[in-house]
Design a protein around this ligand. Structure first.
Ligand code: SAH
Length: 507
């Protein structure tokens, strides 16, 4: 049994952000993970690809494995010399049967470690904006199982003590018994109007909270159709939710938002959306590819000093030029000469991060505005190099040429539909799980329509909010018959997210 060990690990109430560092470390190192139903989504993705994953959770009305069998499994795996992570929701020692498992390990003479987790009663209450203790309101809190039949005489619960001796009472596994729990507490002296809350799927994007007086909460919960897993919180602290609510009232709370950017670019948008409570679903529709022939770009880079302006119209263009410079044995020092223009802050940022000062960013982040800004600088007779995608609108070179500039367009990358996108979109729409679709470029719109087909597009997207980063993207969407609901004044990712939040608040 060399080196075999069992870690009894709590993984918190559901939000993956509430998993402790230690838990994550153990999940990532374990040979075997024995896990329950209520673990945070995505937690198993941290496991080693070769780890053995064994589900031992309960199904609605039966145990898949009896507790003794789970104990036995842990002992067996550890005896084989395995590092075993016994992964549970919340905290392993709070209604988690971790104590029983630890005793079995002691009996077998096997080493173990306990990794406490954020228990649902504390984490879930916090996300429902209920502090379980509060100065002058509650000086004590009890965690109680609501699973016991409150009508049976030999109930282990001291109802009289609870009803009158504890300020905040948090019941786990109690929704099914809620009418009886409320009745028992009132019977034993708790005021019928004591505030109560029931918190369903706490700390997740589908959290729901119902509040009401103790003597009315059961019918409210039934009406709302609240299901397990849910917590019941009884006590005056529930009243604080009204002032403290912070999680489930965020502007995009629980909304599923499709992020259609390339994988490399998606994360900034996803993070901003998640910060406002949305559930971002990253679905790259386009992928950036290199070119077979960089002749034009290489030629231009070789004689950069001849140009007055070097113009970037996307962050992809910046990366492509950087890569090309490296391939040619050059670096940013060779960009000396032309002044640098960027279409918007998203393009200027990677330039500045590479130590390249950007001389010009237009007021509005579209090609027309960029052309105007360059013309205002006096481009007549000047040489302008535009580094951009192979396929792009011609407005910028055309307008500059009309104004008397000598324009060279150097394609430096191309975009293509991403593989597998079509099936994924179809599946997501079929599940009816998409609330918002975001487009940050015309090419994304085109790729999206390419996946779904123009026919019956409006119908397929009925009820879904369409958000476009700017007027050009919006126009492309409109040309395909899409109704654009949201378009920010400022054509940036931050602007897009803000406009979405405003839209959600205003309708
Ligand atoms: N060891 C766990 C509790 C396991 S008992 C812990 O410390 O949190 C399972 C019960 O926990 C559920 O019936 C429910 O009452 C509660 N629970 C767990 N996760 C929850 C969640 N995300 N939202 C609401 N209740 C939850």
């Amino acid at each position: 049994m060399a080196n075999g060990i069992v870690y009894l690990v709590g993984s918190g109430p559901g939000d993956p952000g509430l998993v402790t560092l230690r838990a994550r470390e153990i999940i990532g190192a374990a040979d075997v993970i024995v896990y329950d139903r209520l673990i945070p989504e995505g937690a198993l993705a941290w496991a080693r690809p070769d780890a053995e994953l064994i589900y031992v959770g309960k199904l609605p009305d039966r145990h898949t494995l009896k507790q003794e069998e789970i104990n036995q499994l842990l002992v067996e795996k550890a005896c084989e010399g395995k590092r075993v992570c016994r992964l549970k929701g919340g905290d392993p020692f709070v209604f988690g049967r971790g104590g029983e498992e630890a005793l079995a390990l002691v009996e077998a003479g096997l080493p173990f470690e306990v990794v406490p987790g954020v228990t649902a009663g504390i984490g879930g209450s916090a996300y429902a904006a209920i502090p379980v203790t509060h100065r002058a309101v509650a000086t004590s809190v009890a965690f109680v199982t609501g699973h016991e039949d409150p009508t049976k005489d030999e109930s282990g619960t001291n109802w009289a003590g609870l009803a009158t001796g504890v300020d905040t009472i948090v019941f786990y596994m109690g929704v099914g018994n809620l009418p009886l729990i409320a009745e028992r507490l009132i019977e034993h002296g708790r005021a019928p109007h004591t505030p109560a809350a029931v918190i369903e799927r706490a700390t997740t994007p589908s959290q729901r909270v119902v509040t009401g007086p103790l003597n009315g909460i059961a019918s409210q919960v039934e009406q709302a159709g609240i299901q397990a897993p849910a917590l019941i919180v009884v006590g005056n602290v529930v009243g604080l939710r009204e002032s403290l609510q912070w999680f489930d009232n965020r502007p995009l709370f629980g909304r599923c938002v499709l992020v259609t950017r390339t994988r490399e670019q998606a994360s900034a948008l996803s993070e901003a959306l998640a910060g406002l409570g949305a559930v971002p679903i990253e679905l790259p529709l386009i992928q950036v590819q290199g070119l077979e022939d960089y002749g034009q770009l290489d030629d231009a880079l070789g004689r950069l000093a001849e140009f007055d302006w070097l113009v970037f119209t996307s962050a992809n263009g910046v990366s492509a030029v950087r890569a090309r410079l490296a391939a040619l044995g050059m670096d940013v020092r060779d960009l000396k000469g032309p002044r640098i223009a960027a279409i918007g802050p998203g393009t200027a940022e990677p330039l500045e991060q590479s130590g390249i000062r950007v001389d010009l960013v237009p007021e509005r982040y579209i090609a027309e505005s960029l052309a105007e800004a360059l013309i205002a600088q006096g481009v007549a007779g000047k040489r302008v190099l535009i580094a951009r995608a192979e396929e792009a609108r011609e407005v910028l070179p055309e307008v500059l040429a009309e104004a008397g500039a000598e324009v060279v367009v150097a394609p430096c990358y191309r975009t293509r539909p991403a593989t597998g996108a079509q099936e994924q979109i179809a599946a997501l729409l079929a599940e009816g799980n998409v609330d918002v679709i975001t487009f940050a470029s015309s090419s994304a719109v085109k790729a999206f329509v390419g996946c779904l087909g123009v026919e019956g597009l409006g119908e397929k997207l009925q009820g879904i909010i369409i958000a476009c980063i700017g007027p050009v993207t919006a126009q492309t969407a409109a040309e395909f018959g899409l109704r654009v609901d949201v378009m920010p004044e400022e054509h940036t990712i931050a602007g897009l997210v803000e406009a979405l939040a405003e839209h959600a608040g205003g309708v």
